[in-house]
Design a binder for this molecule. Structure first.
Ligand code: PLP
Length: 404
């Protein structure tokens, strides 16, 4: 088994921000994440002809690797884009403008996806939700049952809500949709769970999975993914809106021979091949367990500091990001500023309704116990330096948990 983290920050460390801050800069946002040295080196290889035979075998190998990662036999569509592009692609391929879609106000990214849908001319209904708990399956079932004419064309769910650190139970949401007997397509965002939290496209009968490269997939931003089910592919044949760049059909056709209908980001694809190898070598199950240990250890530290996480349901707590509420009278922006300026660690900002209220500790991607202890130790130092009242026993609690 590989030692995650060894090949990353300790191997090809990102440059320190300035000569005044020696040592490694820790990128502990929940994405982009620390890119392992192996992946950086793979991306540094000379670019090859994207119409040549070598390229076709690269594409076919990567597409098979992505199917393995997403636990699917369905085709995987890769776009040179960030996750937002893949959100748009999922919508425009399956739905006709004016179609109604259902989303839940359970975090910044859930809201943003619904907003993207509205801006594209879909009729997005955003159901009130709790940012501290995630999507209510009973509410989902109730809303779909109240639509006997099947006017809602799709349900948009975020698997791991990166702004809150809450994981939605996609299998249970699928079961709720099934109980309602509603035909809506199920579209799921795995941007911050792909490659770090267990996810099963086929088993959970997801219609379009949306993903991106810059988090658990160990790459910089720039690749995003759609996985369409058979139903989604059928919907794509009749969807009535204009699409060109995001159209799955020319991509699938060219991919079948190992090519793309436009100039692909070859060096990111070199990186993806290496990242998939690293995940395979460690073993996907081991990758998931590693993240979940780090999530649990982080929550032990937060608890010992006397602070609270945004997520209020332990069984929904994210393995990859912990959003921590800044206590009354303190501002997460100031806490993060002190931690970055004094100790060179970047934490995730509070997003949307949590701006100023919660900072986020990313424990995702190429990351190991030593890095986690370093990051938690730094947060503990930073909380003290920022004058936030807290018990200095968080690191000890995390270490005890990791040891036990
Ligand atoms: N969905 C989730 C869950 C995210 O965390 C993000 C970004 O962090 C996005 C979508 C948007 O992706 P991108 O910023 O790559 O466009």
């Amino acid at each position: 088994m590989l030692t995650p983290g060894r090949s990353g920050a300790c191997d090809v460390a990102p440059a320190a921000d300035s000569a005044a801050t020696p040592g490694f800069h820790f990128l502990q946002t929940p994405g982009p994440t620390n890119v392992p040295g192996r992946v950086l080196r793979a991306m540094g290889a000379p670019t090859i002809d994207h119409r040549g035979p070598q390229f076709a075998s690269l594409t076919l190998e990567i597409l098979a690797g992505m199917q393995e990662l997403l636990r699917t036999d369905q085709p995987v569509v890769i776009f040179p884009a960030s996750g937002t592009g893949a959100w748009e692609a999922a919508l425009v391929n399956t739905l006709t403008p004016g179609a109604r879609v259902l989303a839940f106000d359970t975090g910044h990214f859930a809201r943003l996806w619904a907003e993207v849908a509205s801006r594209l001319g879909f009729d997005a209904e955003l159901i009130d939700g709790e940012w501290s708990r995630g999507v209510s399956e009973s509410e989902l079932e109730r809303r779909l049952s109240a639509d006997p004419r099947g006017e809602l064309a799709a349900v948009l769910l975020v698997h791991n809500e990166t702004s809150t650190g809450v994981v939605n139970d996609i299998a249970s949401c699928r079961a709720a949709i099934d109980r309602s007997g509603h035909p809506a397509l199920l579209l799921v965002d795995t941007v911050s769970s792909l490659g770090s939290i267990d996810y099963r496209h086929d088993e959970w009968r997801v219609d379009v999975t949306v993903g991106a490269s810059q988090k658990g997939l160990l790459l910089p931003s720039g690749l995003s993914f759609n996985v369409p089910s058979e139903r989604a592919l059928a919907a794509a044949k009749v969807a009535g809106g204009a699409r060109a760049y995001w159209d799955w059909r020319p991509v699938l056709e060219a991919n079948s021979q190992g090519y793309f209908p436009y100039t692909p980001p070859t060096n990111l694809l070199f990186g993806l091949r290496e990242a998939l190898s690293m995940l395979r070598e460690e073993g996907l199950d081991a990758v998931f367990v590693r993240h979940s240990r780090h999530g649990a250890a982080t929550r032990c530290a937060v608890d010992a500091w006397g602070l609270q996480t945004v997520c209020q349901e332990s069984e929904r707590a994210s393995a990859v990001v912990t959003a921590v509420l800044a206590p009354d009278g303190s501002d997460e922006r100031e806490i993060r500023r002190v931690i970055l300026d004094r100790y060179g660690v970047s934490l995730g900002a509070g997003l949307g309704a949590l701006a100023g209220k919660a900072f986020r500790i990313g424990h995702i991607g190429d990351f190991n116990d030593a890095m986690l202890i370093g990051v938690l130790g730094t947060v503990e130092l930073g909380l003290g330096a920022a004058g936030v009242p807290c018990d200095r026993s968080g690191v000890a609690a995390a270490v005890r948990w990791l040891a036990g």
